[in-house]
Design a protein around this ligand. Structure first.
Ligand code: NDP
Length: 469
């Protein structure tokens, strides 16, 4: 019997996804560049599931039902192109390749065009949820063509995470839409992670709280409006002790954050499209700064920080909680606005309401807040700042955020993402920004011209003329 689907790339994600698909009743053929990994996978993890290992790419392709459907879960970048090139000689027009890795959307754009011209079908599919999600139900963000999607829709809907609003999978949009949306998902993830980290920093270095107590606080927050996967894992992380030293695990982990690029790509795309995503940008920058551990250690000794312990109070904990809510909201606001703009610019035809729906389960940024966002999202209100309920949610919390920023500044704690959420909101809600002065400066040194508030047209003056003194 031929397999319903094939999967290439048996690292963490591929293994779990293959098992998930097989457990939903589909026969899966698998292949990995390094044969040993395939052998180990079959020996250690396959327990009665219909998973057929292959050690030759041609045999692998021939084991599949037609039209063939092949999911790639290989390292993003060149490995995807290499794998596609290896497959092509054995495929027939109408066969479907699905790239489930974190590919850059411009690579997906190129591959989509190339494969479509050759008569093949292609989906660029964002997969979120890590290894647990891949096995038990990820959030799936496939983009490409509707025709390609319809070939695998039944399988994808079955393996995706489920919520009361349906499976966390939908046809996201044209061509590279799926990978664009996944990229922004990761950008939002960066901003929320950094916001939580800044709150933790204040708890640790201003409130002087023991980690167990911080864990209890995050746990309590997670039972309310902040309920989310990232807050949940934070309270679990803070509870964990190092077996060797007995210390809290977080205290033995080096403060140098790594990244694989999806946050940076989000910022780059946002800058190119002219959409403000300061929380995402600064979350990326802060990971970069964290890398300079030696410099930071040296400089910290030259600039002794002023830090006075603040007594924990119910009021201040509420301020922290409301600030995190505010920052989380702004991360989504910026991300959704970016997706909306990309959808227009690249003719993706993305349904923002559906994107939020498939982020409700399975993925890393799943959060209770998404239900609120879904009530108000639209192409006209993609940044979500316009509805009555949102206005009052934000107004109620702005005092708390100001207080948290004040305490951070007084104690010389860096809070780039919390403050960027504040500044993003304050800039967007300011009728008259000081950009008039910038226009004057540009005109002064570069004759770049300016518009006037009192009449139509484009103006330039000779700024040195008539100078006083
Ligand atoms: P990796 O990104 O570590 O990729 C390893 C896999 O890629 C192996 O199967 C490896 O084969 C294969 N590979 C590497 N180079 C080549 C090549 N030149 N030709 C053919 N195959 C190659 O694995 P992950 O499981 O972590 O991730 C897979 C994809 O899913 C990535 O794009 C990742 O960004 C994305 N992703 C990962 C998540 C995670 O939590 N890890 C979450 C969501 C998405 P070999 O065994 O022969 O080396």
């Amino acid at each position: 019997v031929k397999s319903s689907i094939g999967l290439i790339g048996l690292a963490v994600m591929g293994q779990n996804l293959a098992l998930n698909i097989a457990r939903k009743g589909y026969k899966v053929s698998v292949f990995n560049r390094t044969a040993q990994k395939t052998e180990e996978f079959v020996k250690n993890r396959v327990k009665g599931e219909e998973i057929e290992p292959h050690y030759d790419i041609k045999d692998f392709v021939e084991s599949l039902e037609r039209p063939r459907k092949i999911i790639l879960m290989v390292k993003a970048g060149k490995p995807v192109d290499d794998t596609i090139s290896q497959l092509l000689p054995y495929l027939e027009p109408g066969d479907l390749i699905i790239d489930g890795g974190n590919s850059h959307y411009l690579d997906t754009e190129r591959r989509f065009k190339d494969l479509t011209e050759k008569g093949f079908l292609f989906l660029g599919m964002g997969v979120s949820g890590g290894e647990y999600g891949a096995l038990h139900g990820p959030s799936l963000m496939p983009g490409g063509s509707k025709k390609a999607y319809s070939l695998v829709e039944d399988i994808l809907l079955k393996i995706a995470a489920k919520t009361e609003d349906g499976p966390c999978c939908t046809y996201v949009g044209e061509r590279s839409a799926g990978h664009f949306v996944k990229m922004v998902h990761n950008g939002i993830e960066y901003a929320i992670m950094q916001s939580i980290a800044e709150i933790y920093h204040i708890m640790r270095d201003v409130l002087d709280l023991p980690t167990d107590e911080m864990s209890d606080i995050f746990k309590e927050w997670n039972s309310g409006e902040l309920n989310s996967f990232l807050v949940e894992i934070t309270y679990k992380i803070l509870k964990r002790k190092d077996e060797e030293t007995g210390k809290p695990m977080v205290d033995v982990i080096l403060d140098r954050a790594e990244q694989k690029g999806t946050g940076k790509w989000t910022s780059q795309a946002a800058l190119d499209l002219g959409i403000p995503t300061p929380s995402i940008n600064l979350a990326v920058v802060e990971r970069i700064i964290s890398h300079f551990k030696e410099e930071r250690t040296k400089l910290s000794k030259l600039y002794n920080k002023r830090r006075s312990a603040l007594q924990k109070s119910e009021e201040f904990l509420k301020d922290l909680k409301d600030s995190l809510f505010f920052a989380m909201f702004m991360a989504f606001s910026q991300g959704m606005w970016l997706i909306s703009e990309a959808s227009k610019e690249f003719s993706y035809n993305v349904d923002l309401f559906e994107v939020l729906r498939i982020w409700k389960g399975g993925c890393i940024i799943r959060a209770k807040l998404i239900d609120t966002l879904r009530r108000y999202i639209s192409d006209e209100n993609a940044h979500l700042l316009e509805s009555e309920e949102v206005i009052s949610l934000l107004k109620e919390r702005i005092g708390s955020l100001k207080n948290v920023l004040k305490v951070s500044i007084e104690n010389e704690i860096p809070v780039p993402v919390l403050s960027s959420a504040y500044n993003y909101f304050m800039s967007l809600t300011e009728e008259r920004l000081p950009a008039n002065l910038i226009q004057a400066q540009r005109d002064f040194f570069g004759a770049h011209t300016f518009e006037r508030v009192d009449k139509e047209g484009v103006f330039h003056i000779n700024w040195e003329e008539g100078e006083i003194g």
